[in-house]
Ligand binder design. Structure first.
Ligand code: AMP
Ligand code: MG
Length: 510
């Protein structure tokens, strides 16, 4: 079939080891096609860590060939470009067929860290573009690029981003913007929606092919699990999803569009759109301006993930004995997610083990933080600094900051309420066998980031990039790649958000 499509004139050899297993699944899974070139590309940003991951030469990443290749302007030897078909539930409703409307999978590359798929997002029209134009705008491409690398540095499972290139080609959204392409990398971009597609269209043979491919490639232990391997797959995906969502909650990350077509079957964070890291703590925060009902509010994410897993379970039913098998496979999520979250929250609090009463300690803190709209990231960082001034006996402890530090207590309006909570925390800290404040602090500072990709930081970098200056983007990227380090000259990136941050409206338009 590839001979039927027009390949770009120039073919480039990147020296990569392509094997493209997804392209071997069969014609029902995708349409082969080439990216549509964009004029006058320029570099916007690149991650050398991802270049290393793929085995691309760092110096070559600066070359005009690389720029053309990752804008979709030339054919790449060994790649087998395609757009995959999937369906999904969007905002709780069955949306029917969706598919890669603007992402083109170049193929799969063998690397030292295992196979990695390489995708160009914003690479032009596909048969699945529906009403869209196949393009991505500079603004959202920068956000996806930065957030992918930020999440990775936070230790949160995510797709990676090799680079962003921009083009002056106009793209119409609410206003006229310009086009960009993000080169995304992940072991697989298979979504819950891929399974839903083959299930809902009655293509059960393809459903089995897909499930077998995912099991053999990514969940081999499911093959030997007692009972159905497909039930084991559902349970394994649920477990990974639970761990991912627990990490989102613990770092204050809101995804914004947790539709089933945006859920990775590998439990990776994918499809960065109107995401946000919380500024002031508000459990019901809605980061997506298009999400009028608040379906994807911060505190609903764990339940929505379960809802999505349920949809995946339903899609897998044709491969299982009965519904009960799917329900049983989903059941562990209900315990794994809260346990994973409590483990993460305990780590943020400097507590090594989880004990009875820790859930209450955490919940009471979150209530206080919500009441006083305390900045989420700054709170945890200050708490980490404060731990060495806590004494075994009740005293002025957290009323005073360490020299050169702001007191965590100052973040609260209801300071006595915070003092009462801090006394409980102190007691719990000191009850730990062999508690050592210095070691605990070091651990907390490696758990509670100094810098996260707050909306306003992204906006500043985007504004400068629109003016043709990519230095702020690079500075921000550098800080996000080291989120636990207090880098000199970067205090602004760790500061409270400015007043205007609350007015930023990020929607599905991207
Ligand atoms: P998203 O909400 O970004 O996950 O997108 C939902 C669906 O719409 C996916 O199938 C996307 O590929 C598709 N889509 C989003 N934006 C565009 C666009 N500009 N052109 C074509 N398809 C798009
Ligand atoms: Mg999507």
């Amino acid at each position: 079939m590839s001979s039927e499509i027009d390949a770009p004139a120039a073919t480039l050899d990147l020296g990569l080891n392509w094997h493209n297993r997804f392209a071997q699944l069969g014609e029902a899974f995708f349409t082969r096609l080439h990216p549509t070139p964009l004029p006058a590309p320029q570099w916007v940003g690149a991650s050398l860590a991802v270049a290393d991951l793929l085995g691309l030469d760092r110096a070559w990443m600066n070359s005009p060939e690389a720029l053309e290749a990752f804008t979709g302007n030339c054919a790449i030897a060994g790649s087998e470009p395609l757009a995959s078909v999937y369906s999904g539930h969007q905002f709780g409703h069955w949306a029917g067929q969706l598919g890669d409307g603007r992402a083109i999978l170049l193929g799969e590359v063998g690397t030292a860290s295992g196979p990695q798929e390489v995708q160009l997002k914003g690479a032009g029209l596909t048969p699945y573009s529906r009403m869209g134009d196949g393009r991505a705008v500079l603004r959202s491409s920068i956000r996806e690029f930065l957030c992918s690398e930020a999440m990775h540095a936070l230790g949160i499972p995510t797709s990676r981003a090799l680079c962003v290139t921009g083009s002056p080609a106009p793209v119409r959204r609410e206003t006229i913007e310009t086009a960009a392409v993000v080169t995304r990398v992940a072991p697989s971009f298979i979504r819950f929606g891929h399974f839903e597609h083959f299930s809902h269209t009655g293509q059960h043979e393809q459903l089995r092919t897909l499930a077998d491919f995912v099991i053999d490639s990514f969940y081999p232990a499911c093959r030997d699990a007692p009972g159905s391997p497909y039930a084991a797959l559902l349970e394994a995906v649920s477990a990974r999803t639970a761990e991912m969502v627990a990490q989102w909650q613990s770092v204050g990350f809101c995804h914004g569009v947790m539709n089933t077509d945006n859920m990775s079957v590998l439990g990776l964070t994918i499809d960065y759109g109107p995401f946000q890291f919380l500024d002031a703590f508000n459990p019901g925060h809605i980061c997506n301006h298009s999400d009028t009902g608040g379906r994807y509010a911060y505190n609903r994410q764990p339940n929505i993930a379960y809802w999505n897993l349920f949809a995946l379970g339903q899609a897998l039913l044709p491969l299982m004995d009965d519904q009960q098998q799917a329900l049983d496979a989903l059941e562990p999520y209900k315990a794994i997610m809260p346990a994973a979250l409590q483990r993460r929250m305990n780590a943020k609090l400097g507590l090594v083990e989880v004990e009875d009463g820790d859930a209450e300690l955490t919940e009471d803190l979150m209530k206080l933080m919500a009441q006083d709209a305390v900045d989420f990231t700054i709170f945890w960082r200050r708490l980490s600094h404060a731990v060495t001034s806590v004494r075994a006996e009740p005293d002025e402890g957290l009323r005073q900051a360490q020299p050169g530090r702001e007191a965590v207590r100052d973040l609260f309006l209801q300071r006595e309420a915070f003092d009462a909570w801090a006394a409980r925390w102190r007691e719990r800290l000191f009850a730990q066998p062999g508690f050592d404040a210095t070691t605990t602090q070091a651990r907390m500072l490696r758990t509670n980031p100094q810098v996260v990709l707050r909306n306003h930081l992204g906006e500043i970098a985007i504004q400068r990039a629109r003016e043709g200056d990519f230095s702020e983007l690079a500075r921000l990227q550098n800080a996000l790649e080291r989120p636990f380090e207090a880098l000199p000259g970067q205090d602004d990136l760790a500061a409270f958000p400015p007043e205007w941050a609350g007015q930023i409206e990020i929607s599905c338009s991207s």
